[in-house]
Design a protein around this ligand. Structure first.
Ligand code: HEM
Length: 483
């Protein structure tokens, strides 16, 4: 199985080593111990309404009831696994006893057998083929593209202009992923189609995953109609790109080219067009809104914490004038990585994940029945006061080498862990570092109002509309910011 990726693309500042366990280790709990139940379930609906109407609050409440808590999604039994050691056991040590379950079965409506949704040997094979394409050797090249795209975009922002930062960043991350995947631009029509389709698909998948009942996708509802149209639009754009590339004897050296050229080590077989489609759409879905959401939160937090923003700009100003941040600069920007770590702690893009045991599994002495829904929340984990002091406070210095040694290794999981951990972690971290670096070297971000920005939870908790003003720095890329 692929190794777990390191947390930051190298070269990096030295990561602090962190200690484990100062809370009682529950992995060897009393076998057969009863599982506490979450109060407040409704007949037939269980806790589904709570999970849908106030998801972030609900997962934090679940956490207060124990290391494993039983609740119901509709009439189905569900369990929340809350302790970091138990989550680690499920994702890493006992990963072979779990499949991804309901949330990901729904994902098959968009990508039938992509890296996110496939299971078993097939998943391992695909991961072996794709993971290396998202690793260090390639990322160095990708960062040049990322830097160029971000620089071009920032130059379109006028001084003191008010912009919808969340939209800008969605466009920017979409353009980055598509340019890395396809080299060339998708064209105005293709880009617009993907931009319109992705949010509809993510919203539809999230709603279906949390729905108490499995209603047929063919029911003639407005939601189903929009979902089907978005899926058809996306398919048409991507299939056209694949067909075009297959028709050429040689193509650009990009991720799509690598997917088309990939061969199974044992059989020598390549991927069918259907499989390439599944992987491309998976990378678009997994790699756009996740990073856009994290970047939006980072910009929001920096605009509300001018001291942190100034310190980050001071660090960025130590880079040589006249060129933007690149891969080789990462090692000299420890504070930038701390800001990214802290943003992903407060706002992990995947706030909640699911698994399902393939047979009865004992976890912390409790039995989770085969086929049950098992949920774990990175949001609740990262905001637990017993794991992170003052968990709701934005404090990048908690990741400083002098302090980070006090944190648990297994309590921070923005990219998941184990065999199903994020295949794009290095890509995402590089993209966040480059985009934040490029933006903050050239602009200072200021909030438009003091009103709290509320997360809008789909599959990913995105900040709601986020207008910011962007102020040109007097010596972009050098010292002397105009703050
Ligand atoms: C800040 C950005 C991102 C975050 C926080 C994030 C987070 C995650 C998490 C938590 C998982 C594990 C899901 C689970 O255990 O069920 C995951 C899986 C995955 N991610 Fe990411 N991700 C990000 C960006 C990306 C990017 C940029 C790509 C690709 C270019 C990507 C591709 C994938 C893929 C393919 C998987 C499935 C891996 C597998 O099951 O083998 N992600 N991601």
């Amino acid at each position: 199985m692929p190794n777990e990726p390191p947390r930051t693309p190298s070269p990096t500042p030295p990561r602090p080593s962190r200690r484990t366990a100062d809370r009682a280790d529950p992995t060897a709990g009393v076998v057969g111990a009863p599982i506490p139940a979450m109060p407040g379930g409704l007949p037939l609906l269980g806790h589904s309404l709570q999970l849908r109407s106030r998801p972030l609050e609900f997962v934090r409440e679940l956490r207060r009831h124990g290391d494993i808590v039983a609740f119901r999604l509709g009439t189905r039994d569900a369990y929340a696994v809350n302790h970091p050691a138990l989550i680690h056991q499920m994702l890493v040590d006992d990963a072979q006893h779990f499949v991804k379950g309901r949330m990901f079965e729904k994902g098959r409506m968009v990508a039938r057998n992509g890296l996110f949704t496939s299971e078993g040997d097939f998943h391992l094979r695909q991961r072996r083929l794709i993971q290396p394409l998202l690793r260090r050797a390639h990322i160095k090249r990708y960062t040049a593209t990322m830097s160029r795209i971000a620089g071009e975009r920032v130059e379109t922002w006028n001084d003191a202009q008010r912009i919808r930062m969340d939209r800008e960043l969605f466009d920017l991350t979409l353009e980055t992923v598509t340019r890395v995947l396809f080299s060339t631009r998708l064209g105005a029509h293709g880009t617009a189609a993907v931009q319109r389709s992705l949010p509809v698909l993510l919203e539809g998948l999230g709603r279906r995953a949390l729905s108490p009942v499995d209603l047929p996708a063919t029911l003639p509802t407005v939601m189903n109609y929009r979902f089907a149209r978005a899926r058809a639009r996306m398919r048409a754009v991507i299939e056209a790109v694949i067909a075009d590339r297959r028709s050429r004897s040689s193509g650009p050296d990009d991720l799509l080219g690598a997917l088309l050229a990939a061969r199974d080590e044992e059989t020598g077989e390549g991927m069918s067009d259907e499989q390439v489609y599944d992987e491309v759409v998976t990378l678009l879905i997994a790699g756009t809104e996740t990073t856009a959401g994290a970047l939006s939160w980072a910009c929001h937090l920096l605009s509300r914490h001018p001291d942190v923003q100034r310190r980050l700009q001071d660090e960025l100003d130590t880079l040589p004038d006249g060129r933007d941040i690149g891969f080789d600069d990462f090692g000299q920007l420890p504070y930038l990585h701390q800001v990214i770590d802290e943003t992903l702690r407060l706002h992990p893009s995947t706030w909640m994940l699911m698994r399902s045991p393939t047979a009865d599994v004992t976890l912390g002495g409790r039995t989770l029945p085969a086929g049950s829904i098992v949920l774990f929340s990175l949001h609740a984990l990262h905001r637990d006061p017993s794991l992170f002091a003052h968990p709701d406070v934005f404090d990048p210095d908690r990741w400083a080498p002098t302090r980070a040694g006090q944190l648990r290794t297994d309590a921070y999981l923005p990219f998941g862990a184990g065999v199903r951990g994020c295949a794009g972690e290095q890509f995402a971290r590089a993209e966040m570092a480059v985009i934040l670096g490029v933006v903050l070297r050239r602009r200072t971000l200021r909030p438009v109002s003091d009103r709290p920005v509320k997360p809008v939870v789909r599959l990913i908790p995105m900040p709601g509309p986020m207008p910011l003003t962007v102020h040109r720095r007097s010596r972009a890329g050098g010292a002397g910011a105009d703050q």
